[in-house]
Design a protein around this ligand. Structure first.
Ligand SMILES: [Zn+2]
Ligand SMILES: [Zn+2]
Length: 254
């Protein structure tokens, strides 16, 4: 199973980097999980979108889905035959927002003539050849789902965006690689109580990985200036082993 980092930026991009975008391949399947600003340009260095089985969107924040608008321009403007349209799997209940996004981009049919839009149901696994993804709902400012991706007997847990909650543990549980968001330098950057939290610090990601018995921890969706050592050190200490920082354009064997 392979993971390629197309973008690791949080909503405010790291200079020269794309926002959330992760290419996951294994078991004969290939999916792009999240498609934030800048991800399409990175994807096209490797694959035409027709080489994907699907695009899967974790939630409807701009840094995870806005490049769907850009992706449409990769295809000729005329409607594509229905059976050739790229599958886009959206979070439950997001169809209206996608229509609003299409209108905002200047054409209510912006997506439907090129893509086959559907929603997952929030809990059931879906698969592409031997690659399966199980959505797990996280705690965030809007509804959001992370995923447990399985192929070739290997397991990748991806948190998408989340505050500390049981879901983080479930996603990390027994994973060969736990790809965790670590957006916060400190708790003062998250929502104030009694508002619910929406993100993790690197130590919280490390703590969850340790408790869940994850074999490897990789931080993503974080502000990186320099080599990100502030985050790596904090996460490694809580994890009890070396944590890694996701490197843009790099492929990882899981
Ligand atoms: Zn978000
Ligand atoms: Zn985000």
């Amino acid at each position: 199973m392979q993971l390629t980092i197309l973008g690791r930026s949080p909503a405010s991009p790291n200079p020269g980097e794309a926002c959330a975008g992760y290419l996951v391949q294994g078991g004969g399947g290939r999916v792009l999980v999240d498609i934030g600003p800048g991800v399409v340009a990175q994807l096209l260095r490797r694959h035409h979108p027709d080489e994907l089985d699907a695009i899967v969107v974790s939630h409807m924040h701009a840094d995870h889905m806005l490049d769907l608008v850009t992706l449409r321009y990769v295809y000729p403007w005329r409607a594509r035959p229905k059976d050739q349209r790229l599958r886009v799997i959206l979070p439950p209940g997001s169809a209206d927002q996608v229509l609003d996004l299409a209108r905002g981009a200047g054409n209510p049919r912006h997506f439907e003539d090129a893509f086959r839009l559907s929603e997952h149901d929030g809990s059931s696994p879906f698969s592409f050849s031997g690659l399966s993804l199980t959505p797990v709902e996280t705690e965030h400012f809007i509804p959001c789902w992370g995923f447990r991706a399985e192929a070739d007997g290997r397991l990748l847990g991806y948190t998408a965006d989340t505050g500390p909650c049981d879901a983080v543990q479930s996603i990390a549980d027994g994973s060969d690689l736990f790809l965790s968001e670590a957006t916060l330098h400190g708790l003062d950057e998250d929502a104030e109580p009694p508002e619910r939290r929406g993100h993790l610090t690197p130590s919280e990601a490390g703590e969850a990985a340790r408790r869940a018995g994850a074999r490897r921890l990789m931080l993503t969706h974080l502000p990186v200036d320099g080599d990100g050592s502030w985050a790596r050190v904090a996460a490694s200490e809580a994890f009890g082993a070396d944590a890694e920082i996701a490197e843009p354009s790099r492929g990882y064997e899981i």
